[in-house]
Design a protein around this ligand. Structure first.
Ligand code: PLP
Length: 431
């Protein structure tokens, strides 16, 4: 199986974290997001352990909210001593509602509204990562009016080309995020930021992309950022105490994927960071990481009911399910690949190749093409694996489909953590 938390029981049913997924589908209905709490906690601990062992614990792991934002997830990561990064007022609100301490929250966004900045200031988030000059100007003004001096970081484009999908690549000069290093824009931004009376510049941030399998671009980003910190010290006499290196470690979506363990990536990053610091005689900064996908991705799956099978001779076989791009838009966005299994026939061989189609009114509403699957019949339960990340968080009400329920599994038992939306929920703001 794709991840070690997946097993097949005596009845031939797929289990996650010890819970029978066919039984979960029956009890909760479909589509259903199922998350494995134990695996989420193990991943949080894995990150914490590396920081403790390789860096004396001088850092903070901030779970990237956009990966999966709901109250229970913040409670879990908070109880594992992680912080969170948020990218909107909505994510910030959810994290605070769940009891995440504001001081452990990092506020991101390349286009934050005045209301969002004000909310970040009033709730006292630990760090605000600023993306552009107009934002610095606005934040300084709003902070002054509120009598606050927030700790800020600047988002830097380090010019690293990580090999991943164009839409999730963020570290190059042609990116909408942050200040470019190679043009001198970043140093100018540091100069500007440090001159504002109501802002306290504490460090710099970069995030080179997502679903990255190579270790080297991460290590290189760390070196580039430390060199830039040394350049800031030389040019402005300013020794910044913090460095945020973002997220990005890739996960296994299909049997063909062979990503390095995130622990080995973080170890390599910290080794590069320490080496660069000692080479430049720069004090080792407090380090932040913002993993999302590698914490929750493999810990989740989605269950659907098979509604129909459509065989188009010599062309393809469609298996049509009761969800689709409304609960998982990633195929439509990136042509992402997934593994699927019939949850109620998981012990059988996946002897067919099918295209899994959703219920939305788009031909591109697919979960995947050319997927190995057990022979499907209407009424079977289809499990799509490794959907713990960028599925629920990207879900929509397209075609006025209610957003699916999410359950959290622990020691074989499941509890609802996000209720299924009702038609009334969908109409709530209609006038
Ligand atoms: C997307 C994002 C992350 C998380 O990336 P993962 O690949 O899910 O680990 C972290 N930080 C920032 C700024 C991001 O935009």
């Amino acid at each position: 199986m794709l991840t070690p938390n997946l097993t097949v029981n005596a009845e031939g049913h797929l289990c996650i974290g010890g819970a029978d997924t066919a039984a979960l589908a029956k009890a909760h209905g479909t589509p259903l997001y199922v998350m494995d709490e134990t695996m989420i906690r193990e991943n949080c601990r894995g990150y914490q352990r590396v920081i403790a062992e390789e860096y004396g614990g001088n850092g903070l792991i901030c779970f990237a909210s956009k990966a999966l934002s709901c109250k229970e997830l913040y409670r879990i990561v908070d109880s594992e001593q992680l912080g969170a990064d948020v990218i909107s007022g909505g994510e910030l609100y959810t994290a605070l509602q769940a009891g995440m301490p504001a001081a452990k929250i990092v506020m991101h966004g390349n286009s934050k509204s005045d209301e969002e900045l004000k909310m970040a200031l009033e709730t006292g988030v630990g760090r605000i990562v600023c993306d552009n000059l107009p934002e610095l100007e606005r934040l300084n003004r709003i902070a002054g009016a509120l009598g606050k001096t927030p700790a800020i970081m600047l988002r830097i484009k380090p010019g690293i080309d990580a090999h991943t999908h164009d839409f999730v690549k963020t570290g190059c000069i042609d990116s909408k995020f942050g200040f470019a290093l190679e043009t001198g824009e970043a140093l100018d931004a540091v100069r500007a930021a440090s001159a504002y009376p109501n802002l306290k510049l504490v460090g710099i941030h970069c995030h080179i992309g997502s679903q990255i399998f190579d270790t080297e671009p991460f290590a290189e980003a760390a070196r580039v950022m430390v060199r830039f910190m040394a350049q800031i010290r030389a040019a402005l006499g300013l020794t910044l105490p913090e460095l945020n290196l973002g997220g990005g470690p890739g996960i296994k979506y299909t049997e063909d994927d062979d990503p390095p363990a995130f622990g080995s990536i973080v170890r390599a990053i910290l080794a590069a960071l320490k080496a660069a610091c000692s080479e430049l005689d720069f004090p080792q900064p407090f380090v932040l990481f913002e993993p999302g996908r590698s914490i929750v991705g493999g810990a989740g799956l989605t269950l659907y009911t098979v509604m129909a099978k459509k065989i188009i001779p010599d062309i393809r076989t469609y298996v049509l399910v009761d969800g689709g791009m409304c609960d998982n838009p990633r195929y439509a966005l990136y042509h992402s690949r997934y593994e699927a299994v019939l949850a109620n026939k998981a012990g059988d061989e996946r002897s067919e190749r099918v295209t899994v189609g959703g219920k939305c009114c788009e031909s591109g509403d697919l979960i995947g093409e050319d997927m190995p699957l057990q022979p499907a019949e209407p009424g079977d339960i289809l499990a799509v694996l490794a959907t713990g990340v960028y599925n629920y968080s990207m879900a929509s009400n397209y075609n006025r489909n209610p957003r699916a329920e999410m359950v959290m599994v622990k020691d074989g038992a499941a509890r609802t953590v996000v209720r299924r939306e009702s038609y009334e929920d969908i109409c709530r703001n209609d006038i």
